[in-house]
Design a protein around this ligand. Structure first.
Ligand code: ADP
Ligand code: MG
Length: 617
């Protein structure tokens, strides 16, 4: 008689459990490199070289000069939960190493063709272990320098689902570059190099933090950094932070570390942005390297296998310590006491004080001098778009505007050739003048028409860009002196990936080794208006697209971003010719068409409404 005991449950063999663990730790080549770099640092390495091929998919090799392993340890290191970094439960509360889970090596080895070669300085020879998909194939002695060499080939060869999620070689290389850069910033005392497909992307000698920062964020940005050294409630905050003159369009140049571990933590991020409130514009982010140290028992790094997130025991204290340390520096820095001419980042802020009053006075004069024009009564219902080349020539033929403004758009409101029939509603308005350097006041019969000149020019520019784009490409303007921009590696990879698309919206951007990009042409409408900031904004927008969204799907957003940059913000006096040009251009603009920044451009107050205000009725 058969027994009725059924056994459905079985303990999985280690080859499978390792593969499952790999699912959490090893997402892409960059995560392999992060784990291996952490191991090298934990082993006391002072010189680490990273080599990849095909974005790390074909090959990853990390060579370090750390303390290496004996043959016994090397074999053990490939077992799950085998670690030299903690021994007891209580050790978990005081982790000072980067690793401790004992999961990385077995996980990586289970999803690749893996080779570990390692030698302790005291041993005459090293040990080489070959593993394929988690199975040890060979163990032998080998000659090598003291230290460890780990080679990972054909990552995910036995996990096709993961392989499918890998991006192009450029994109993966970008992520690898970012990972290496984060380590480089955290450990200036370690020499590092990264070679991709035989090309050197990064090589840094041992040095100190300020020099390292220059290598990671560019010399120019590093020149504008200020030292932070704060301590509060057992929490120390050290590093370098930028003032308002060095900003980015994304958080990518914010290097934040907790006890030496790179983190992207909401509490930390929030504290930083609080400190920068009022110093930099919204939507701008500082460049910084910040090292937050606190007693290991105060922070739990064991939240997620990748250890990118942490949990603080005293969240508010950590937040305040960071905010205070930064404010300390930001408050005593020069830009806040004797405000220099506003940095590009500050152009959106209204001017204050004497200069402002002078500009208002000048504008009032300019407005008074404006001639009025007779109002028309017949409005055509459809307007033909004039061809744009003619418009450019027309603009070029006009005399320079006599304006008190310092900054002007590269191409002030291009008028299209106007004939009597094309006189539209806005052209037909009688101009009264300009108010506050920001609004145009007009009269139309018994109506007062107020036009927001920024909103209007932005819409005009947007429609013009759209037309150009649909006709083959946004007009661009070559820069006399090409500009060099420092990005992160993954941002530079975006520039490569979208190079042709970017050309269609007027940008000529070329990668120039490492994470440097050269801008040689910009959309004409925005070229004169801090175009470099526009480049950063556009690249940040591409990064936010994620990996799957097509460029074309977000074209409206990108064009409106360019349009937004083509407009001079704030107080901007216009002379009568410029106002006429804007009104004409507005007639050629379809204001009903969808525009991502759907602000109203004009507002009408009837005579009746005015009479009510003045209690005449
Ligand atoms: P963890 O780092 O969490 O301990 P790993 O799987 O990453 O787990 O590594 C297992 C062990 O292998 C480590 O604890 C360490 O003793 C050893 N090890 C790994 N990489 C190196 C290296 N590059 N040099 C010396 N020892 C290493
Ligand atoms: Mg490790």
């Amino acid at each position: 008689m058969e027994s009725h005991v059924s056994q459905r449950i079985a303990i999985l063999p280690e080859t499978i459990t390792n593969k499952i663990a790999a699912g959490e730790v090893v997402e892409r080549p960059a995560s392999v490199i992060k784990e291996l770099l952490e191991n090298s640092l934990d082993a006391g390495a002072t010189d680490i070289s990273v080599e990849i091929a095909a974005g790390g998919r074909r090959l990853i090799r990390i060579t370090d000069n750390g303390h290496g392993m004996s043959r016994e340890d090397a074999l053990l290191s490939l077992e799950r939960h085998a670690t030299s970094k903690i021994r007891t439960d209580s050790d978990l509360d005081g982790i000072l190493t980067l690793g401790f889970r004992g999961e990385a090596l077995p996980s990586i080895a289970s999803v690749s063709r893996f080779r570990l070669a390692t030698r302790e300085a005291g041993n005459l020879e090293g040990t080489e272990i070959v593993v394929e998909g988690g199975r040890v194939r060979d163990v032998k002695a080998c000659g090598m320098a003291p230290g460890t060499v780990i080679t990972v080939e054909q990552l995910f060869f036995n996990t096709p689902a993961r392989l499918k999620f890998l991006r192009s070689a450029e994109t993966e290389t970008g992520h690898v570059g970012d990972t290496v850069a984060r380590v480089a910033v955290s450990r200036p005392d370690v020499a590092l190099s990264l070679v991709s497909d035989g090309r050197e992307l990064l090589r840094v000698q041992r040095s100190e933090l300020r020099r390292r920062m220059a290598q990671a964020v560019g010399r120019e940005a590093a020149g504008g950094l200020h030292e932070v050294a704060g301590s509060e409630g057992g929490i120390t905050v050290n590093g370098f932070i930028s003032g308002p003159s060095v900003v980015r369009s994304a958080t990518s140049a914010m290097f934040t570390y907790i006890n030496g571990r790179f983190v992207r933590d909401k509490v930390v991020q929030h504290a930083i942005m609080q400190a920068y409130r009022g110093v930099i514009d919204r939507g701008r982010y500082p460049v910084l390297a910040l090292f937050i140290e606190l007693p290991p028992g105060e922070v739990d790094v064991n939240v997620h296998p990748t250890k990118h997130e942490v949990r603080f025991r005293r969240q508010a204290t950590v937040h305040d310590a960071i905010q205070t340390a930064l404010e300390e520096v930001l408050r005593r820095s020069p830009w806040l006491t004797h405000r220099p001419e506003p940095e590009p980042a500050a152009t959106a802020m209204p001017p204050t004080g004497q200069a402002y009053r002078e500009r208002i006075a000048a504008a009032a004069q300019a407005s008074l001098a404006l001639p009025g024009r007779p109002a028309r009564t017949s409005y055509p219902t459809s307007y033909a778009f004039a061809d744009n080349k003619g418009a450019v020539q027309a603009a070029a033929a006009l005399p320079p505007a006599a304006s008190v403004s310092v900054r002007e758009p590269a191409e002030p409101f291009q008028p299209d050739p106007v004939t009597a029939e094309s006189m539209g509603y806005f052209s037909s308005l009688a101009i009264i003048g300009q108010f506050h350097g920001e609004y145009i006041l007009c009269q139309s019969g018994a109506e007062l028409v107020i036009i927001d000149q920024h909103a209007a020019s932005e819409r005009v520019a947007y429609q013009r860009l759209r037309r150009q784009f649909l006709a083959g490409g946004v007009e661009s303007q070559r820069l006399l002196f090409p500009e060099t921009l420092e990005f992160t590696f993954s941002e530079a990879a975006l520039v490569v990936r979208f190079r042709d698309d970017l050309a269609r919206i007027g940008f000529e951007l070329e990668p120039f080794g490492g994470a440097t990009v050269i801008a040689s042409a910009l959309p004409r409408v925005a070229a004169g208006n801090d175009g470099i900031r526009l480049v950063r904004d556009i690249v940040a927008e591409l990064a936010a697209l994620g990996t799957s969204a097509a460029f074309n799907d977000s074209i409206d957003g990108l064009l409106s971003r360019i349009a937004c940059h083509s407009v001079v913000r704030g107080f901007h006096p216009l002379d009568s010719r410029q106002i006429n040009e804007l009104l004409q251009a507005m007639d050629e603009t379809d204001f009903a068409a969808s525009c991502p920044h759907g602000r109203p451009v004009s507002h009408t107050i009837t005579l009746g409404e005015l009479e009510k205000i003045f209690k005449r009725t």
